[in-house]
Ligand binder design. Sequence first.
Ligand code: MRU
Length: 344
Amino acid sequence: MYRTIEWLDDTNEVKLVDQTKLPLATDYIVTKSHERIAQSIKVMEIRGAPAIGAAAGMGMALAAIESNAKSKSELISYLEKAAKTLNTRPTAVNLTWATNRMLNFAKEAEGTVDEIIQKLIEEGKEIAEEDVRMCRSLGEHALQFIKPGFTIQTICNAGSLATVHLGTVGAVVRVAHEKYNGDIKVYATETRPRQQGAKLTVYEFIEDGIDTTLITDGMIGTVFRDDRINCCVVGADRILRTGHVINKIGTYTMAITAKYHNIPFYSVAPMSTIDWETNVEDVAIEERDGDEIRIINGEYVTVPNAKVYNPAFDITPPELITAIITDKGAVEHPTETKMKRLLA
Ligand code: MRU
């Protein structure tokens, strides 16, 4: 299991795994620059909602150091600019959740500028440690739905590489695998166009000795019909108070197919991924460059000027979801009223 991102205390630098090189190479990016962190989020050297949140939090701490601020108001205005710079992907709510948290923390913090900067570094590190704790907790809460011998279908990568450590779906699989002495299997879709399932999920789970099968995205109907799957467990980039789940493109298709074949469909995420404000019609779905589809490993797989539509995420409505599982517990057949109980 990777430690996807960490703060280096001796040099006040951030070190993160370059996920664009995996699984064939393990390279690290080490930086003092919040703009470099913003770039890493944009080009998906770091990706996955909770990992993006941790990177944004640490990016704000780097910005505080880079500010050379002489006063608190100077520091705050520099951090406000840094929050905009870091906001390079619109769908994963953890990004703005983390930059807002760091900004509010700075505004409420007392002491000299240097003291506030030190406190911000600790807060950035705390966001990362909280994520590890939340993932472990949601893995425990998921056990009520996962039985020995289960085969779990997942999409994209919501493993340790999508978080700071352990993962969300990664925690569900790893906690059950631990609890049931390895008697758990996983099916992972390739997850075109960026193949997070093939490149990251299969790699992570095989590294951990978890029986994992790779399928292409178009095979889920057959795999579900042939009773190969006991349940689906997917991550989330944003969960709304209504129970709508925004996750990797293909999740909605998987939910519909699961419903048709009476296969339970679970979405797992830390509380930092719940957006209590936004209405479903206002959710920003990131559209990425068409070459992500036209080109595979540097080779065109179609005519270079082919017209392409490339939404990176989709929205699954609550009626297709058996339960949303968080570090604060599970919400079965989610509704707005039931979701609010997570805040109790
Ligand atoms: O485009 P990505 O790779 O950042 O998309 C990631 C996902 O959709 C994950 O399922 C989601 O962020 C949950 S990660 C725990």
